[in-house]
Design a protein around this ligand. Structure first.
Ligand code: SF4
Length: 307
């Protein structure tokens, strides 16, 4: 049996930065430290951080005054940040700079009274954080083509759209086209907000799914970008998303010659390696890696945490 690992997979620059921020804080400050939400949407990472003294408290008012608070990679609303400062928390912002870019666009729209259609999942932490940049203009949210075809806005002449960073590139362009045809004056403020890591992993899984009989995606079901990888892979191959090798079912291998493997932007590479070791125990495998695109982007740590 052949296993094809596709690159790029796994940690993106935003997740690496967020984890480095927390590791630095854990080495400097007294435990526990607090987070407003899971740092990234991966169960392995979250459980690891909890074991190492991180407490997740979505309600800032429950965090003891003077504690250290890390804002998750998905970002937070202005109210959460303000509440944190009011409680004298020591705030470190692990929001991915690419999500921050969306916040700046939202703040610009809000300041200039431009109502905004945010394309994304209204229950996702990133979208909640983006909505939380508004106190003036109206933030609407559309999640699907169905929503895009039905949304009613107050003023279509002062309107823009933004997107969540981890959407499906394929579906989002269809939604944007519907919005542009329904609202010809809509401003394309956040046209390119789907991030490089989402884009690259989706292109890679698309190519992988077309040359394999089964695709295994390592990721957690709370992760938006992991779910989008699954959605794309399923269109072209048999595909499953699992947190780690213990969820893999041997019967998935029936009539399979080639397995494709990838992982979401918040999944540690360790979980892919564990899977390869596991499969090797009961099957003769050859492992090959293909590279669809190269990534070189990295983000700096906040000044206060630099060594
Ligand atoms: S998936 Fe994209 S937006 Fe999200 S943390 Fe990674 S680089 Fe940033």
């Amino acid at each position: 049996m052949n296993i094809i690992l596709v690159k790029p997979r796994g940690f993106c620059a935003g997740v690496i930065r967020a984890i480095n921020i927390v590791n630095r804080i854990l080495s400097i400050y007294k435990l526990p430290i607090y987070m407003n939400h899971e740092l990234v949407h991966n169960n392995y990472v979250v459980n690891f951080l909890k074991k190492n003294g991180v407490i997740i408290s979505e309600n800032i008012n429950n965090i003891p005054k003077g504690s250290v608070l890390v804002i998750s990679a998905h970002g937070a609303s202005k109210n959460i940040i303000n509440d944190a400062y009011k409680r004298n928390l020591i705030v470190f912002d692990a929001t991915c700079p690419l999500v921050k870019k969306v916040h700046y666009q939202a703040s610009y729209a809000n300041k200039n009274n431009i109502d905004t259609i945010i394309i994304g999942n209204p229950r996702h932490q990133e979208v909640l954080g983006t909505i939380g940049q508004y106190n003036n203009a109206i933030p609407y949210v559309v999640e699907s083509l169905h929503d895009a075809n039905r949304i009613k806005v107050k003023n279509s002449n002062k309107l823009c759209f933004l997107t969540q960073t981890t959407l499906s590139i394929f579906n989002t362009y269809k939604i944007i086209n519907v919005l542009k045809s329904r609202f010809p004056n809509i401003l394309e403020l956040g046209k390119n907000n789907i991030c490089y890591a989402t884009d690259n992993r989706q292109q890679a899984v698309y190519k992988l799914a077309r040359i394999t009989d089964l695709v295994i995606i390592f990721g957690s079901n709370i992760s938006s970008n992991a779910n989008k990888l699954l959605e794309i892979a399923k269109k072209y191959s048999k595909a499953y998303m699992i947190d780690n090798f213990s969820y893999f079912k041997k019967q998935w291998l029936n009539n399979i010659n080639t397995i494709g493997v990838t992982s979401s932007a918040s999944t540690p590479e360790l979980l892919v390696r564990q899977f390869i070791r596991y499969i090797r125990q009961y099957s003769n495998i050859t492992v090959k890696e293909i590279t669809i695109s190269k990534e070189t982007l990295s983000f700096k740590l906040p000044k206060l945490l630099k060594i």
